[in-house]
Design a protein around this ligand. Structure first.
Ligand SMILES: [Zn+2]
Length: 220
């Protein structure tokens, strides 16, 4: 898909652009981070990240070029592992940037059953994406799976990939679930991706945390 075919006006605000750039640099290191920005034709951002406000920040296509460059430099497999890690490690920045505006850390959450907390964590992340960027996210669920569906995805716009490519957002979702469940791990995978030809990016979350599944199997 050429960039001519995608909407160049869709954007993240500065605050989210900054979170992505900081997280990518944290994982790659400063030198590789600079190389990636240069490769992505974003060298004007070197040592000049956007300020954490809500003014218009990077276009989705620019973020897409950033992740393309990471995979260009490190290979697809390692590049995606790194970006999944960057997504996970960005979680502190999301709390810092959005904890106040969406009530992420509501104490009442502690009293709710686990699967409800997981659903609420996904709702909060969807709300941040829908309210503060041009992304469009809907949630769905089947009996044992939650779905986080990006109908308009800021992480793969303009990209073309053989397999689902939104590793960064997968990491953000993993970290959100880890945090809201107070330390449980959930199997999260992207089963469909706009970059690989699907109409939406579909992230699937198993309703039961991994540790509990292992126990259920042991005692079944
Ligand atoms: Zn995707």
């Amino acid at each position: 898909m050429s960039e001519d075919w995608v909407d160049q006006t869709l954007r993240f605000p500065n605050r989210i652009s900054r979170i992505v750039l900081l997280a990518v640099e944290d994982v790659l290191g400063a030198n590789s981070g600079r190389a990636v920005l240069t490769m992505a034709r974003l060298s004007h951002l070197i040592d000049a990240y956007p300020t954490p406000d809500f003014g218009p920040g990077l276009a989705f296509t620019e973020i897409g070029r950033l992740f393309d460059a990471v995979e260009g430099l490190h290979g697809v497999k390692v590049g995606r592992q790194l970006m999944r890690q960057a997504g996970r490690e960005s979680f502190g920045y999301w709390i810092e940037g959005f904890g106040g505006v969406v009530g992420f850390a509501d104490v009442a959450l502690r009293l709710l059953p686990l699967s409800l907390r997981v659903r609420i964590g996904m709702e909060v992340l969807a709300e941040i994406f829908n309210r503060y960027s041009d992304q469009r996210v809907i949630l769905d669920e089947e009996h044992d799976t939650f779905f986080f569906i990006l109908e308009r995805c800021g992480f793969c716009t303009g990209r073309q990939a053989e397999t689902p490519a939104c590793a960064f957002v997968l990491g953000v979702l993993e970290a959100t679930l880890f945090w809201i469940s107070r330390g449980r791990r959930y199997a999260v995978e992207e089963t469909a991706c706009i970059a690989s030809g699907s109409p939406a990016c579909k992230l699937c979350v198993s309703r039961i945390p991994l540790e509990r599944r292992a126990l259920d199997m042991k005692y079944a």
